[in-house]
Design a protein around this ligand. Structure first.
Ligand code: ATP
Ligand code: MG
Length: 343
């Protein structure tokens, strides 16, 4: 049976006001997520992953951000909702694990009160039930002394503990959609495995959909059903997880995968990993007329790039932006080590 659609984003453009002009950090993104599905988003630092995640809950500062396009969650147009309606969805239906726990947590409230706040607004639990659930959540995210952490302020916790506390808040109301922006970056592998397990259990129990933003392709391979690769504000390729790992087509996807150890089968231990030169352009310097990746593959002739890149559906569900993938060979990547743009 076909899964139910949770989220549909169409032609989303999120632009920030800089020096009097608006510059798009997310530029024409469309995607759809079904319940019970893990949708991974990968891409270099600065390509717009967090800007996209924050747009889904309309969390950008309105004073300097312009959002265009549409975002439908369970059939409701998120961008047209007022603050009151939006706040009902935030935390209850959509849980957000922010990339930076320190700015996401309230420095003046103990952790327990922050978890309970969400339970207070979104559930009918009484005070005793809220405390019990908070301690249970802290245990589930791998916190050793939940009672102690419950009474601590964010600054009293290590980075990894703060991240886990934030995950506890995000999952507290068993949301049907979780947006996890690098949820395990600051965590050691054991805790990382626990957190991923927790997300999987939530997915099973609630049929939740998960947007998983990560730099870790191992996590993608393990968790994701579908994958989108972002570059310079656009999704340049999207496909099922098995398909994208076995048949990456866009030159950016190929070079991204090739720059990861293990993912590049031919990289011998004594060889340096191939790294695509250059980096994601800043918003002000982004080439917006043709293929944005073209400046990083100068050995492909200009004629090979489409003037206005289009999505090509090479197989059902496998879309590639720009047809230059036909002219790109992995061996063309200059073998030069630079500081990897992947963290
Ligand atoms: N509030 C803002 N005002 C102006 N520019 C911004 C703002 N937020 C993000 N940007 C810019 O938008 C682009 C995308 O940033 P974003 O944080 O979405 O990248 P990212 O893909 O999440 O990177 P990372 O992997 O490092 O988290 C960057 O060029 C960034 O400098
Ligand atoms: Mg980010």
């Amino acid at each position: 049976m076909a899964e139910k659609e949770l989220l549909r984003i169409s032609n989303l453009v999120a632009s920030f006001s800089i020096n009097g002009g608006y510059y798009a950090a997310v530029d024409g993104v469309s995607l759809q997520i079904n319940e019970n599905e893990v949708f991974a988003i990968v891409g270099e630092s600065g390509c717009g992953k967090s800007a996209l995640a924050l747009s889904i809950l309309n969390l950008h500062n309105k004073a300097n951000t312009k959002i265009e396009g549409s975002i439908y969650f369970k059939g409701r147009d998120i961008l047209s909702l007022g603050l009151e309606e939006l706040n009902k969805i935030r935390g209850r239906d959509i849980g957000m694990i922010f990339q930076d726990p320190l700015t996401a947590l309230n420095p003046l409230m103990i952790i327990g009160a922050q978890i309970e706040e969400s339970l207070f607004y979104h559930t009918g639990m009484n005070i005793g039930e809220r405390k019990k659930r908070s301690l249970e959540l802290l245990t589930q995210v791998g916190i050793q002394s939940p009672e102690l952490t419950y009474h601590q302020f964010p600054h009293e916790l290590s980075g990894g503990m703060r991240q886990r506390a934030m995950i506890a808040i995000a999952l507290s109301c068993k949301p049907s959609l979780v947006i996890a922006d690098e949820p395990t970056t600051a965590l050691d592998v054991t805790i990382q495995a626990q957190i991923l397990d927790l997300l999987r259990r939530l997915q099973k129990e609630m049929k939740s959909g998960i947007i998983l933003i990560t730099h870790d392709l191992g996590v993608v391979a393990e968790m994701a059903d579908r994958v989108a690769v972002m570059y310079a504000g656009q999704i340049v390729e999207t496909a099922d997880v098995n398909e994208i790992f076995s048949n990456p087509l866009h030159p950016y996807t190929k070079s991204l995968f090739a720059s990861m150890p293990d993912a590049y089968r031919n990289a011998r231990k004594d060889q340096r990993l191939p790294v695509i030169e250059g980096m994601v352009p800043s918003l002000l310097n982004m080439e917006r007329r043709g293929c944005r990746f073209a400046p990083r593959i100068p050995w492909i002739s200009d004629a090979a790039h489409e003037a206005v890149p289009q999505y090509h559906e090479v197989k059902p569900g496998h879309l590639v932006l720009c047809s230059c993938y036909k002219n790109f060979y992995l061996k063309s990547i200059p073998r030069r080590v630079s500081s990897s743009t992947l963290r």
